[in-house]
Design a binder for this molecule. Structure first.
Ligand code: NAD
Length: 494
């Protein structure tokens, strides 16, 4: 890991400055960093996009974003005074020449020592083009640090990801590329390693002798909203499994790193991804199932089927739901299934991880067919944040019977404040030069290699869609996947 600085000076060039991501997440996150004193006076932001006219209009845009999505607004005018706008077409060299003039000017005004962060918050089709232009037009030629922050998706499959990576790597070194997976900025995802490696009660049990299976659910109630054009080409497997779900599997399954450095943690995660049991074409359906929502009701409101959403073809074969089983072929995990499921228009919005421990060898309290509940460790990622441990205790009274109880920890109850937004933490990490919570190329490549097998098999077979109602927890085949192994999905809220 590089030396990290807590109050670094930098110019942030935000490509896609008028986009949805910038408005909802990036400006409020930068504002929070500013309020907490994590941005020194020596910072400036250049917004690059096509829609607006000048600095004033841009500053009002940023102000509106912070007022709409931020909290406890104070010193907002001082904050927005650091923002500058460049109307720019990312495909034209001339735009970069003008941009360079502004960059040099701000570098001097704010004494930024040539430090530059290029944040690509725009359509992925431009990622390669912008990276190339930045070098060709001299913007990466700086005496300070230069870092490229790149949004998802990183490619559409392994082949396109390799091509994109080559283009990027002509302009930036691997350690200068910060590939965003915003799940890695979430408080409870970052907590996985602390829960595991800072507690004597968990780590000794964290293996195939004591854990029977692990279930990760990431369910949304929203449909495709305005993203249909992108989503219909991607589907849930590319949009969620290749990145977020596999990253959570890697964090849950990795060996303790020898040190908490970027290199050591990434190296352990890569080992997990290398140990994923490959799936042959003919057995894909034994490991992964897909779904697409039909019409249904969510929170009392009728919603249309996926195929009826605007900009979705009426015969779309795109999955809006995936459930799957990963097997990790190493000593620690041999025989323990890691199940994942993720989908849109599901009953509840929730991301959680359930670690199910094996049944104890003998039930001393067996009576009239009663069974003991297995111990469960639930990691609530969102919307709640915390952990719940499910145990069995004696039922109060004269008879010796058991009853399940839970021990709860909720970050909200303890801290009394909302934990920082993932983007706030990731932006701060990037400013400080800490790439631990960003995805290394090796992880991207291994994830695509695994996922490509599944999406290729699915592309060759017309699915029987729709196969789950909006407002449900997914199709029947997802339940059958676990039933075949003698398990079932634990409810997401209990
Ligand atoms: P968007 O379509 O809302 O915004 C695109 C931005 O790019 C706009 O500012 C537009 O002016 C600019 N732009 C488009 N063409 C341009 C050109 N030729 N030259 C200069 N500027 C141009 O997109 P978004 O939803 O903000 O998404 C941005 C990126 O973030 C995408 O890669 C997306 O996959 C990723 N992402 C978005 C979200 C989200 O919540 N919106 C979440 C995760 C990841």
């Amino acid at each position: 890991m590089k030396t990290v600085e807590n109050n670094p000076s930098s110019l942030i060039l935000l490509f896609g400055a008028t986009g949805d991501l910038a408005k909802r997440k990036l400006y409020p996150s930068l504002y929070n960093l500013f309020k907490k004193g994590h941005l020194s006076d020596r910072f400036a932001v250049i917004g690059v996009a096509r829609r607006l006219k000048d600095d004033e209009e841009f500053r009002n845009w940023v102000k509106d974003s912070v007022e709409t999505y931020g909290e406890e607004i104070d010193h907002l005018n001082e904050f927005i005074s650091h923002f500058y706008y460049q109307s720019h077409d990312v495909t034209e060299s001339e735009s970069y020449k003008q941009l360079k003039t502004l960059v040099d000017e701000l570098d001097h005004t704010y004494q930024l020592q040539g430090n530059r962060i290029f944040y690509l918050a725009m359509s992925p089709e431009f990622f390669g083009t912008v990276a190339e232009h930045l070098k060709e037009d001299g913007l990466t030629d700086t005496k300070g640090f230069k870092r490229l922050v790149i949004e998802k998706p990183f490619g559409h499959n392994l082949e396109s990801a390799i091509k994109l990576n080559k283009r990027i790597r002509n302009s930036f070194k691997e350690e200068e590329v910060y590939r965003i997976d915003h799940y890695l900025g979430k408080e409870m995802v970052q907590n996985i390693e602390v829960i595991r490696f800072a507690n004597a009660v968990f780590e000794p049990l964290w293996n195939n002798r004591y854990i029977s299976n692990i279930q990760i659910t990431s369910s949304e109630t929203l449909g495709v909203e305005e993203r249909a054009r992108y989503y219909d080409k991607s589907g849930a497997i590319r949009d969620m499994v290749q990145n977020h779900m596999l990253q959570m599997v890697a964090l849950l399954a990795m060996e303790p790193p020898i040190r908490l450095t970027t290199k050591e943690i990434r190296s352990e995660k890569v080992k997990v991804l290398r140990a994923l049991r490959p799936i042959e074409d003919h057995e894909v359906h034994n490991y992964f199932v897909r779904g697409q929502y039909g019409e249904g009701t969510i929170n009392g409101i009728s919603v249309p089927a996926y195929r009826e959403e605007p900009n979705v073809p009426h015969d779309s074969n795109t999955e809006t739901f995936v459930a799957g089983k990963f097997l990790i072929d190493n000593f620690r995990w041999a025989g323990v299934p890691f199940y994942i499921r993720t989908g849109k228009r599901m009953e509840k919005k929730s991301t959680n991880i359930i670690v199910q421990f094996k049944d104890i060898p003998m039930n001393l309290y067996y009576k009239n067919g009663s069974s003991l509940n297995p111990n469960l460790l639930v990691i609530h990622v969102q919307p709640e944040e915390g952990i719940t441990l499910h145990l069995n205790v004696k039922k109060t009274g004269e008879v010796m019977e058991t009853t399940p109880v839970t021990l709860n920890f909720s970050t909200k109850n303890i801290d009394g404040i909302n934990t920082p937004e993932a983007y706030e933490k990731l932006l701060f990490d990037c400013l400080r030069g800490d790439a631990t919570n960003f995805t290394h190329w090796d992880e991207v490549a291994l994830s695509w290699r695994f996922v490509d097998k599944i999406s290729e098999a699915w592309a060759n077979e017309k699915a029987d869609f729709p196969n789950y109602s909006a407002g449900s927890m997914g199709p029947k085949c997802a339940d059958e996947l676990l039933e075949r192994d003698g398990f079932f999905w634990w409810p997401v809220h209990f």
